[in-house]
Design a protein. Structure first.
Length: 423
């Protein structure tokens, strides 16, 4: 009898000492689950069209994730496969990176050379409809799924261009989107233009492979990250490490302070340490901002252009048992100086808005135009025009930011020698 009484008081004591907050939380959670169950039952019984419990639960998961932030999402098996192809192989679509900005489906960047790029889509354009279906309330993953499709098949987008008064319907024929992410052009002897379109699994290897032939006479480098929507975190770190021999590149921090992860540069034989300028704009996002932030904070490069997009969050893909997955925001990343760029972006050192360079209306008279002018004794050296030279001249004639970047990177050695100290 005594044992039973003792047990009773022990149980009573446990009940009495359960914290009030925990009981309140348990009650709130129970009520929320009860409400969810009630709504599920009402929809199953009374909705105008029959819906299975599986369909409703999947919709609930999608809604739950989309309520967190623009980048967390449910990924069905088909979408997961498409994402894997996007990062490591070819895929069929129009070649565009999109995101949610102010709850509107927005073009972050068209991938250079793709159907979207050729159709004139630009960073900041708003996609109002896809094949006649409004994007209002559409999830990011659903939009990607609708835009992608078989090669050769058209997709119609209703686009509101930046600063335009009326939307425009644009029909784009889907194609196989190439995985090459790196483009290199020698602008002048020793001065290299390096363009990264996005960060895929092969990006850092592509850079090292393509720059080999220029290494011996490398005087300066322009890294173009404009309209680069980002990609893989590990590639952002590896690309940064190519241009840094030491120091912090980036660190990530989740809600638990003990989950901080730091990524540092290592000294390598393949390091590229010549004078450097980085071009950025509003289409430079995510992994692009990691690279730009690291090179700026380490005082390794000068940033020229416009303020970046401001995506400073880290997502991870978590597989589920049925072959689907969830993409979940698990941390924010910070530049070496400890700045989070989330929803703010990175300010360039020199803010230079992009302005197309107008063609000269009148021909400027030069010595070479004069009758019977004397030839330059080194004429053959100057007159060697290659396909790459023509491309470089064309690029510089249309891009004021690139033209300024080239002048700056050429003068960097001189600027470092100047003495600004005052007595």
């Amino acid at each position: 009898m005594l044992n039973h009484i003792t047990t009773f008081f022990i149980i009573l004591g446990l009940l009495l000492f359960v914290p009030h907050d925990s009981l309140a939380k348990s009650t709130d959670d129970y009520q929320a689950l009860k409400q969810f169950s009630q709504v599920l039952s009402i929809i199953e019984q009374h909705y105008v069209k029959p819906k299975t419990e599986k369909e409703l639960l999947k919709g609930a998961i999608k809604g739950m994730l989309s309520s967190l932030d623009p980048h967390s999402a449910y990924i069905d098996p088909e979408e997961l496969k498409a994402m894997q192809e996007d990062f490591s192989g070819k895929f069929s679509g129009i070649g565009i990176q999109i995101g949610m900005k102010n709850k509107r489906l927005t073009v972050i960047s068209p991938i250079e050379g793709t159907p979207a790029y050729k159709a004139g889509l630009k960073a900041g354009d708003i996609i109002l409809a896809i094949d006649g279906e409004s994007t209002q309330g559409m999830t990011l993953m659903d939009a990607v799924k609708k835009i992608r499709g078989p090669k050769g098949k058209p997709v119609e987008l209703l686009i509101l261009h930046k600063d335009a008064e009326k939307p425009q319907k644009i029909t784009i024929i889907r194609d196989t989107i190439p995985i090459h992410t790196v483009k290199i052009v020698e602008l002048e002897p020793g001065y290299i233009y390096l363009r990264i379109t996005d960060f895929k699994a092969t990006t850092s290897k592509e850079i090292l492979k393509n720059i080999k032939k220029y290494r011996k006479h490398l005087k300066g480098l322009i890294l173009d990250l404009r309209n680069n929507p980002g990609g893989l975190l590990d590639q952002a770190i590896k690309v940064s490490d190519i241009f840094l021999s030491k120091g912090l590149i980036v660190y990530t921090q989740g809600r638990d302070k003990t989950t901080r992860s730091e990524y540092k540069a290592k000294k390598q034989k393949t390091d590229i340490l010549c004078p450097m300028v980085v071009l950025v704009n509003a289409g430079s996002a995510s992994a692009s901002e990691i690279v730009a932030g690291a090179l700026k904070d380490q005082k390794r490069a000068l940033l020229i252009g416009e303020k970046t997009f401001g995506k400073g969050s880290v997502q991870t893909i978590i597989p589920l048992s049925d072959g689907s997955a969830i993409k979940l925001t698990i941390a924010l990343y910070y530049t070496p100086s400890g700045r989070s760029i989330q929803a703010y972006g990175i300010e360039p050192d020199l803010e230079i808005p992009f302005q197309p360079i107008p063609k000269e209306k009148e021909h400027v008279l030069r010595e070479k135009d004069l009758s019977k002018h004397l030839d330059n004794p080194e004429k053959n050296k100057h007159s060697k025009i290659t396909k790459e030279t023509k491309e470089a001249q064309k690029m510089l004639s249309k891009d004021n930011q690139l033209k300024i970047a080239l002048e700056v990177v050429k003068k960097m050695p001189l600027l470092k020698k100047l003495n600004y100290a005052s007595e």
